[in-house]
Structure formats: structure tokens, C-alpha cells
Design a protein around this ligand. Structure first.
Ligand code: PLP
Length: 475
């Protein structure tokens, strides 16, 4: 196969390669069953790193454009080709705006594959979801709706839900909160998107943790911002390395995403002081701090803030389930009106039925009960995972022990070939994210272990398989 591929060194390389290969598949230049060039060969030909090629190949694999056969390489899948005529015609006639063409491919746009051992981040245990209690709340919400006006609801979301969230935040997260300042969103992601929309002009600069939450980075980039990765250490964001002239800083202080350490109190205070001095918005993403396993929680940036500089984001994706798409944004005073306007222009308001049901679920204590139950379950999984990572897997992996959250990161020790490991894991059906997916610049080699949905037996069996994969990736 001699495929023409051209790479612009100033644009994200893996994303370009992925797009060109995808177009070649959809356009029929690469035929079903055809083998893609070995990653080493293609990397040499294009003068890019092998990691770049592997990233593009992994994305194609994750989306079903290709499949792998152990020992013989990567092949164009027949399924992908069947979608070819319509999709390729559409992609060649229309082009999105330039900043969307330059956007690196977000790694989270495809559903979790059917892994036998699923350690993927962002998952929760649906098996444990209290269906009967939720059904009662939904029925209550339906009755409420049937007595409603038949017109749209308020843009900020159902008052009953905002009041329940405000009580919850005050009690559990020590977040000072007037329910009138809460905006109910479609997950934390919509909160990010609204903040990007109202804060950023193309060309603005944004600072965020490196490594960091890739969907947040992509969201700022899609608004035309230049995102600057600021290193983290064991106290969280290096405030002393923040660049000048940024419009906003995005952080995950309760449980740094993806590495897991909390931001120290000293850093929190330093960040607030820095933001005050430079008049910069801080986005505090408190996405899974509900699940704490040791130590006392540190005060949220929002509750330490005296100058209205913090936008606090929360979500029910971890405490309930991600497909529910309910999150919230505690709006800083200066942005209140613009954010409400942006929400109205985007989707007006979320699903009132879900919101009323959730308010009822919280008011009846079901939410607190479920969270407590899950906390015990996750604590057990975390303990077993850490015992293994610090025990028989310690030869290859060095875990970063987090105090909170439902995933943890472990660094790969020298001597393990990450690409071989990835292919060994695939062939053993182990779903584990690589830390590389969360870096903008050069990455530390490591793995992210989500323990939201994996049952204890599978967790142990999956780690047995992982040990075999690690052994094979070292020879
Ligand atoms: C850092 C971070 N923020 C937010 C979220 C949740 O996003 P959403 O509420 O849009 O599901 C996640 C989920 O994995 C996350 O890891």
C-alpha cells in the first residue's frame, strides 16, 4: 500500500494522522481487510514518533474502523467500509470552522468497548443503582409534570433541585451557596462549555493542569483558546508556574485529574491570591470528591474565595450515573447573566422530569443513602487494588495513592514497553486508559485504573491478567 499522507508539523500530529487514515478508509482508498503499515514504518516515513502513530491507530481501533490480529497487525474492518459512500461524500463537501479542524481528537467520544475486565475511568456501578427508589421518584415527577403549565421551565433548572443541591453542598462540601446562583447543566461538560462560551475570545489563553482533563482542554480549544499546560506536583497545580495573560485557570483540587492528589491548602490560597491579582476566573471542577477514603476534606476554593472569582462545577455522573447528564454550576456573580443567557440560547433548560425526580430522590434521603453505600463498595475495591499494585504488581507499577475519587493512577516503571503492554492488554480484553491520553505535551508512562464498575472478582482476575501482560511487555 502506498498511501499519500501529509503532516503539518504545527498541528496536533496524531489527530491529523487519525483523520487522514479515517478518510482514506471511508473514501475506499483503504479497502476492508487491507493491512495498515506497521507503526514503526509509518513513523519513520512521516518522521513522527511511533507514539503518534500508535495514538492514531488506537483511535481508529476504538471507533471500529480497524481491528487487530495478534502478531499480524492492524486491518481495515469491513464494518467501517459499509458506511463509506455517504460519510465520505459528506466530509469532502463540507468543512467545519478552522478551529474545529485543528482540534485534537477527544479520546472519550466512543462508548466503552465490551472489555472483559473494565477498568475504564468515568464508569460507575449501574448494577448497584437503586432502581426501585428511582422509579418512585420518577413517578412523583411525572405526577408533578402532569399538573404543570405545558410551557418551558425556568432556564436555571427546577427550583426544587437547585434547593436540594444547595443544601447538599452546604452540608457535605462546605460550599457557601445561594440556590439562586445555581445553574443545572447537562453534566459538568455543559458547565465547561458555557463558561468557555461566555469567557473566551479566539486567541485568548487558558491555563490548566498538565496532565489534565482532556475534554476540558478540547472545550477551551474549540472556543479558539490557546491552552497552556501547567505542571502539577504532589501539592497540585504549580501556582508559581502560571503564565501571564490568561483569562481563566481550570483545576481539579479535590482529586487532581488524572493523577489523584488533592491541592494543598497553601496552593489553594496562593491560587486565589494569584487570580485576584490578575483578575482571572478559576474553574473548580469537583467531579468525584464525594468519595473520600482518608483524611479530612480540604476547603473548596469556592468557599475560600472572597472576591467572586470561582465558578464551581459539580456532577451526578459519579454519584448516580453519567448517562443521566445532570450537573450544576455555581455561578460567580459577574458571570451570572451571561451564563443564563448562554444556557437559554443553547438548550433552554435540561429535562424537567429528570430534575424533579432527582430533587425528590435527594429530599427523601435516597441520594445520601446510595452515596454512602457506594462509598463502602468503592473503598473495598480501592483497598484491594492498592494491595495488588503495592504487592505483586509493584515490580512494574508505582501507584499514586489518592485520598478521594473512583480512579487512581499508577506510573509504569522503566523497562516496560507501553506499546507492547497496550497490545497485550487488548488481546487479554483488559480496558485500561493510558495516562498519555491526558497530556498535551510529553507524557509520563502510566495507567489509569477506574474502579467504578468493575466487581471485586473481575478486579482480581483482571489484575492477574495484567500481571501476565506486564511480564510479556518486559521481555
Ligand atoms: C475531571 C472530570 N470532570 C468532569 C467529569 C464529569 O463530566 P460530566 O458531568 O459531563 O459527565 C469527569 C468524568 O469523568 C471528569 O473526569
Amino acid at each position: 500500500m502506498d498511501l499519500h499522507l501529509s503532516i503539518d508539523p504545527d498541528q496536533p500530529l496524531a489527530a491529523q494522522l487519525y483523520r487522514q487514515l479515517r478518510e482514506a478508509i471511508l473514501g475506499g482508498r483503504l479497502q476492508a481487510g487491507e493491512r495498515l503499515p506497521p507503526s514503526r514504518y509509518l513513523a519513520e516515513r512521516l518522521q513522527v514518533s511511533r507514539k503518534t502513530v500508535s495514538e492514531a491507530y488506537e483511535q481508529l481501533l476504538a471507533e471500529g474502523f480497524t481491528s487487530t490480529r495478534v502478531g499480524s497487525g492492524t486491518f481495515v474492518s469491513s464494518l467501517a467500509q459499509s458506511a463509506a459512500p455517504t460519510r465520505s461524500a459528506a466530509t469532502s463537501l463540507l468543512q467545519p470552522a478552522a478551529r474545529w479542524r485543528r482540534l485534537p481528537v477527544a479520546p472519550f467520544d466512543s462508548p466503552v468497548q465490551g472489555w472483559r475486565y473494565n477498568f475504564a475511568g468515568g464508569t460507575v456501578s449501574m448494577r448497584r443503582f437503586p432502581l426501585a427508589a428511582w422509579r418512585t421518584s420518577l413517578q412523583y415527577a411525572l405526577r408533578q409534570m402532569s399538573q404543570g403549565s405545558g410551557f418551558y421551565a425556568g432556564v436555571q433548572g427546577q427550583p426544587a433541585l437547585r434547593q436540594a443541591i444547595a443544601r447538599y453542598l452546604a452540608l457535605n462540601r462546605a460550599v457557601r451557596c445561594d440556590w439562586q446562583d445555581l445553574l443545572v447543566t447537562q453534566g459538568a461538560q455543559q458547565g465547561l462549555s458555557l463558561l468557555a462560551q461566555v469567557m473566551l475570545e479566539p486567541g485568548d489563553r487558558v491555563a490548566m493542569e498538565e496532565p489534565g482533563y482532556t475534554p476540558a482542554r478540547s472545550c477551551f480549544q474549540s472556543a479558539g483558546a490557546e491552552v497552556i499546560g501547567v505542571p502539577v506536583d504532589d501539592e497540585g497545580l504549580r501556582v508559581d508556574l502560571l503564565p501571564a495573560n490568561v483569562r481563566l485557570v481550570y483545576v481539579t483540587p479535590s482529586h487532581q485529574f488524572p493523577l489523584g492528589m488533592p491541592m494543598s491548602l497553601a496552593r489553594r490560597l496562593a491560587l486565589l491570591e494569584w487570580a485576584r491579582e490578575h483578575r482571572v476566573l478559576i474553574i473548580e471542577d469537583d467531579y468525584d470528591g464525594e468519595f473520600r477514603f482518608q483524611g479530612r476534606p480540604l476547603e473548596a476554593l469556592q468557599s475560600l474565595d472572597r472576591h467572586g472569582l470561582v465558578a464551581y462545577l459539580g456532577t451526578f455522573s459519579k454519584t448516580l450515573y453519567p448517562q443521566q447528564r445532570v450537573g450544576y454550576l455555581l455561578m460567580p456573580p459577574g458571570l451570572h447573566e451571561a451564563l443564563v443567557q448562554a444556557k437559554l440560547l443553547g438548550d433552554r433548560h435540561g429535562d424537567s422530569l429528570q430534575q424533579l425526580a432527582l430533587a425528590h430522590f435527594m429530599e427523601r434521603g435516597e441520594f445520601a443513602r446510595h452515596t454512602r453505600r457506594m462509598q463502602r463498595l468503592y473503598a473495598e475495591r480501592r483497598e484491594h487494588l492498592l494491595l495488588r499494585l503495592q504487592g505483586d504488581l509493584a515490580t512494574w507499577l508505582q501507584p499514586i495513592v489518592p485520598m478521594a475519587g473512583i480512579h487512581l493512577a499508577a506510573l509504569l516503571r522503566p523497562g516496560v514497553d507501553p506499546e507492547r503492554l497496550a497490545s497485550e492488554m487488548r488481546s487479554r480484553s483488559i480496558g485500561l486508559d493510558s495516562l498519555a491520553a491526558f497530556y498535551q505535551g510529553p507524557a509520563q508512562a502510566g495507567l489509569l485504573f477506574g474502579f467504578g464498575c468493575i466487581e471485586l472478582d473481575d478486579l482480581q482476575a483482571g489484575l492477574d491478567e495484567l500481571r501476565l501482560a506486564l511480564q510479556a511487555a518486559c521481555q
